[in-house]
Design a protein around this ligand. Structure first.
Ligand code: NDP
Length: 331
């Protein structure tokens, strides 16, 4: 038997609790998997918050074990690439949405979804990074792919005190960018400066409808917020600058005009971590293991146990979580 967070639905009523599960039940619910993993750490991302607190549309099958991320050790294997004892990381691929996920002491997954844990980091550090941090790296890679360089000027990070935002701030500052961090929690200004932000902005300045074209500020933007914030970020981006959009913490809408794109040649690039090809994942994790200093990662991380997951899911949706939450599933 092992412990797992189980989401279930009775009519319209959702339930989320920690339960004891046996291997046969796990196997029956993960028929297409070829690898069994002893999970060491998982994490709570915004999407896990949505799954645990609201169910649909993130959760597509019931009952479900949530958790879009995990790190652990292979216990049984039908894969030559990942023999028993291999340390692995999993992010996305619909795990915790349509396939039983990482907020459990054991998981059964397809080996195609796994990547080897980089040698320089521990399973706990991998989950301190999690999907939020790996997405932040994908965003940084896209900024650079589209030509944004540190000497081009300041880069804006929105939702800066959240998971994606905290890691993006640390990564960009590590690469030599001048980072302006936008946050609704100005009391976290010192935290954001410690991560490397040179300027901390009140998110209220970006949160409401603004003019289609505004004063040019940003060479690049990493946006995890969407809605008016993304529209204003585009309107403030410099000629031929790049805006990378990955999130919807303010809203899924995009109430913008085409003016920044057709008059300033601004590029708007989307980032998806869930189905991201393996080559980009491996590159992102290699970069993360090399670039993210252990002390900065520890600074953004708080650890909880499985029993605290349901409360933490509510908190992340109300924007109360600073940085990243790691879940020690064996605590
Ligand atoms: P967090 O909750 O950790 O961070 C989100 C941050 O957004 C909050 O901390 C807050 O930052 C800000 N925020 C929250 N509510 C609002 C609001 N109403 N208006 C403006 N800002 C707000 O979540 P994550 O970092 O895990 O995820 C961030 C977003 O990115 C989510 O929408 C998530 O779904 C998305 N995401 C997308 C991925 C992809 O593959 N495309 C992968 C990972 C995440 P502050 O307090 O500093 O203002």
């Amino acid at each position: 038997m092992f412990k797992a967070v189980i989401l279930d639905k009775d009519g319209d009523k959702l339930s989320a609790s920690v339960k004891e599960i046996d291997d046969a039940t796990l196997a029956a619910n993960t028929a297409d998997a070829d690898v069994v993993i002893d999970v060491e750490y998982s994490t709570i991302n915004y999407k896990d918050g949505l799954a645990i607190s609201r169910g649909a549309p993130v959760v597509r099958r019931w009952p479900m074990v949530p958790g879009i991320d995990l790190a652990g050790t292979v216990r049984e294997s039908g894969s030559e690439e990942f023999p028993v004892g291999s340390k692995v990381v999993l992010n996305g691929w619909g795990v915790g949405e349509g396939h039983w996920g990482g907020l459990a002491q054991r998981a059964r997954l397809k080996s195609d979804w796994l990547i080897p844990l980089p040698a320089a980091i521990t399973p706990r550090q991998a989950m301190a990074i999690g999907t939020a941090g790996y997405t932040a790296m994908l965003c940084v890679m896209q900024l650079e792919r589209f030509g944004v360089r540190p000497q081009d000027g300041a880069v804006l990070v929105t939702g800066a005190a959240g998971g994606v935002g905290s890691v993006a701030t640390a990564l960009l500052s590590g690469r030599g960018y001048e980072v302006a961090a936008s946050t609704g929690r100005l009391e976290e200004a010192d935290y954001l400066r410690e991560l490397g932000a040179v300027e901390v902005l009140d998110r209220a300045a970006l949160a409401a409808q603004g003019k289609p074209l505004q004063r040019e500020h940003w060479a690049g933007v990493v946006d995890s917020v969407g809605s008016y914030t993304l529209a204003n970020a585009c309107a403030q981006t410099r000629y031929r600058g790049t805006v990378v959009a990955c999130g919807l913490a303010q809203g899924m809408d995009f109430p913008a005009t085409v003016a920044p794109f057709i008059l300033r040649g601004v590029r708007l690039i989307g980032v998806d971590s869930v189905m991201c090809p393996r080559e980009d994942r491996l590159q992102a994790w290699e970069n993360l293991a090399r670039e993210l200093p252990a002390e900065k990662l520890e600074r953004i991380t708080r650890e909880i146990g499985l029993d605290e997951v349901v409360g933490a899911a509510r908190d992340i949706l109300s924007g109360k979580i600073r940085g990243r939450l790691v879940v020690d599933v064996n605590a």
